[in-house]
Design a protein around this ligand. Structure first.
Ligand code: ZN
Length: 87
């Protein structure tokens, strides 16, 4: 069965390592170098279910069991409506 991009219909994919953001209840985990298949035309990324499962498990390790991640950063959050006032 041939794989087709759900967004653009393109059939060519390449293997890529990308940054993946997992978000759950206002908590974030960024995972670098996640393997995926990427549409060569529109860039849409497709992840295997077992990869997503691993990321979810790591999220739980960090947030529920206190595992120390590779790196932690501070992330500012802004409302777009507040951006205009600033200028
Ligand atoms: Zn595509």
């Amino acid at each position: 069965m041939e794989k087709v991009c759900q967004f653009c219909g393109n059939k060519n994919f390449k293997n890529a390592n990308v940054e993946f953001t997992y978000k759950h209840d206002n908590q974030l985990l960024l995972v670098k170098n996640v393997p995926c298949e990427q549409c060569e035309f529109c860039g849409e990324q497709y992840f295997h279910a077992d990869i997503l499962k691993k990321i979810e498990q790591e999220f739980n390790e960090i947030y529920l069991r206190g595992k120390k991640p590779f790196l932690e950063i501070r992330v500012p959050i802004q409302n777009f409506s507040d951006i205009r006032k600033a200028s």
